[in-house]
Design a protein around this ligand. Structure first.
Ligand code: ARG
Length: 273
């Protein structure tokens, strides 16, 4: 018998993939010669939004800007905890122009935005567990940005080192299953340095482990509301494990976005009031 998990309604910020394309390569998934099926991408993205709404979540949208093909990956543009917005400073010059659009959205919505001084890619690398932030470094967000995040939010920030270029953002190797009661995560240990693996094992003795196959299928780039887990259908083994742990997997296929190195979580930023 699986335990009964409790869903908490979320507010998500997303950006329609109107200008989505793979035009440059800033991670090992991106091959500018591979065409993207724009209509398929639009349909897959709409299905994600419908799934969120069908499960009672609020979805807000930022207007997409031409010339910013990765702007659909809303998670990278900020991290919001207790109504405090830490904006982004992208590593790749090709993505730097995204920040102003998201900052403008937040300001219009009544939030102040704190701009980081060091490379910081929002929820791509800064993951809220409910009591502290887990923070990835190694490829994008810097340790200096982790320090800035701790100072700004006033919550502990635990730095973790990523070692596999396929899992260049923390949210490609780990996600939070439950950020309310007993916080728990699912993750792929081999994406982390030995010391960071040990830290995760100490903090989350009951974590749900994922295989390399699950991780390569973007199974760890999932969004959980505490009960439902919006997850790539290709991550079959992980979905089965999550079911055993009492979660309800909701498969959403974003295969076109995998070509840019992104999945469900990358397309989703959570606004925590
Ligand atoms: N092409 C984008 C990049 O490399 C993908 C971002 C994926 N987002 C994420 N949260 N992992 O920056």
């Amino acid at each position: 018998m699986s335990e009964s998990r409790v869903r908490r309604p979320r507010r998500f910020l997303v950006c329609e993939p109107r200008h989505f394309a793979v035009q440059y390569a800033i991670n090992p998934w991106m091959h500018p010669d591979t065409p993207v099926d724009v209509d398929l991408a639009q349909g897959q993205w709409q299905a994600l939004i419908s799934a969120y709404r069908a499960h009672g979540h609020t979805v807000d949208t930022v207007e997409p800007a031409p010339g910013l093909p990765d702007m659909v990956f809303a998670a990278n543009s900020a991290v919001v905890v207790e109504g405090r917005v830490l904006g982004s400073l992208f590593h790749a010059p090709q993505r730097r122009g995204e920040s102003v659009h998201y900052d403008t959205w937040f300001k219009a919505a009544g939030y102040q935005v704190h701009r980081p001084e060091s490379v910081c890619e929002g929820e791509g690398d800064l993951v809220w567990t409910g009591r502290y932030l887990l923070a990835g470094t190694g490829f994008r967000t810097t340790r200096e940005a982790h320090r800035e995040a701790q100072e700004y939010f006033g919550h502990p920030v635990i730095s973790l080192t990523l070692v596999d270029p396929h899992f260049y953002h923390l949210d490609t190797a780990l996600f939070v299953l439950d950020d309310e009661h007993e916080s728990n995560i699912a993750y792929y240990p081999e994406a982390f340095s030995p010391g960071s693996r040990e830290v995760l094992a100490r903090l989350f003795p009951d974590a749900v482990p994922a295989t390399r196959q699950d991780a390569l299928a973007f199974g760890l780039n999932s969004v959980s509301d505490g009960r439902h887990v919006f997850i790539a259908p290709q991550a079959e083994a992980l979905a089965a494990r999550l079911s055993e742990h009492g979660y309800l997997p909701v498969p959403v296929d974003l295969s076109e976005f995998h070509k840019a190195g992104g999945g469900i979580k990358c397309c989703t930023q959570e606004i925590r009031p």
